[in-house]
Design a protein around this ligand. Structure first.
Ligand code: PLP
Length: 374
């Protein structure tokens, strides 16, 4: 049996090696390393895939969040609502820009932002909400957009884990993750569902003025070279990465299907274990299974993790500590007990390996080992 990995990027590469190698070769041969044609082509193709007007590539998913907040002209002291249970990047840029992160709890079953907590956190200083489509499944965007419209707030969708997920609104219309709010952001970190071979990121928006502003902010605040209208940053997607992403975008639907096959396998084999809860499917969203995350309701999560590791099965805790209790964020007047769901999830979640190139033999071994443990 092939060694089990959290993410098997090598097997994934082998299947598209010819196309990737020639795409890389073309960039090197033409030496168009910065803003080469592949960057524009990729942005256009991703815009078509996502059915959104504008895609602005940038250097990574954290930059994408920062560019979004800079383009929205958020000012020091403005409050930005963000879930307590997510990757640090979501809150980091808020703090970095001297905005004030206002944490809210998440739902215990979907791990996504808690809607009533969200509404309670709004004050007259609130300017924006950052929602995270965590582990590959969309938040309740009907509710979120209703609240944001009522209070006139921007909505930034952190889509780093959910690219491609489809959300069906109450009225039946369907949109992709990242294209429903004011701005969507994503990451092409290698292990993400659409990953490049280094760092990369992008923003999505339907608003042409905002798209232009984001482009300016990402390019030293200039519209015309050497004329700087606003203070910006330098955040670009390398042409090499764009060329690789063009190849991989064509595979994204297959990747999603393969991830769902893994999830369905886990669901079927692990569903009867009483001590664990399987990830819940939210009926309004498809799930692209960036992570397949169990809740170990009874028993010791860390002991299970060690047990699996000893049997050659990697697993990960996403995330071991909620953001409001992190050392860097503890001064924002939140404390232990404020977000009990996030705090408890950090104790009991365990993400199993999910990737696009699993063999049935491996999945059988993983599930059988877990069944034996319980
Ligand atoms: C990966 C990730 C990011 C950051 O992406 P980078 O490209 O690593 O900067 C932001 N938010 C979430 C939820 C992520 O999972």
């Amino acid at each position: 049996m092939k060694k089990i990995q959290m993410v098997d990027l090598h097997s994934q590469y082998n299947l598209i090696k010819g196309k990737v190698d020639s795409a890389i070769n073309e960039v090197i041969t033409t030496t168009s390393f910065i803003n080469g044609p592949a960057v524009k082509d990729f942005a256009k193709e991703l815009a078509e895939y996502n059915d959104v007007e504008h895609v602005i590539p940038c250097a990574n998913g954290t930059d994408a969040l920062q560019l979004a907040m800079m383009a929205l002209d958020l000012q020091p002291g403005d409050e930005v609502i963000v879930p307590a249970f997510t990757y640090v990047a979501t809150a980091e840029v808020i703090a970095l820009l001297r905005l004030k992160p206002i944490f809210v709890d998440v739902e215990p079953d979907t791990f996504n932002i808690d809607i009533s907590g969200l509404e309670h956190a709004i004050t007259e200083k609130t300017k924006a909400i950052v929602v995270v489509h965590l582990f590959g499944q969309c938040c309740n965007m009907d509710n979120i957009l209703e609240i944001s419209n009522k209070h006139r707030l921007y909505v930034i969708e952190d889509t780093a884990q959910a690219i491609g997920a489809k959300y069906t609104f109450e009225d039946g219309s369907v949109m992709r993750a990242g294209t429903m709010g004011t701005i969507g952001t994503t990451s092409f970190f290698p292990s993400k569902n659409l990953g490049c071979y280094g760092d990369g990121g992008a923003l999505f928006t339907r608003d042409s003025n905002l798209a232009e502003k984001i482009r300016m902010v990402a390019n030293h605040g200039q519209r015309v070279k050497y004329y700087h209208d606003i203070i910006g940053v330098n955040s670009r997607l390398d042409t090499l990465q764009a060329a690789i992403l063009r190849v991989k975008l064509k595979e994204l639907d297959r990747y999603e299907l393969n991830r769902n096959r893994v999830a369905a396998y886990y669901d079927e084999k692990l569903g009867s274990i009483e001590n664990i809860t399987l990830p819940k499917r939210f009926e309004r969203s498809t799930h692209v299974f960036h992570q397949y995350t169990l809740k170990i309701e009874e028993g010791d999560r860390n002991e299970l993790k060690d047990y699996l590791a000893n049997k050659g099965i990697p697993s990960m805790v996403y995330y071991p500590l909620p953001l409001h209790l992190q050392k860097a964020y503890i001064h924002y007047e939140f404390s232990k007990g404020d977000f009990p769901v996030s705090e408890q999830l950090c104790e009991i979640v365990l993400s199993l390996p999910v990737h696009t190139e699993f063999e049935e033999e491996q999945l059988d071994y993983i599930t059988q080992t877990i069944i034996d443990y319980f």
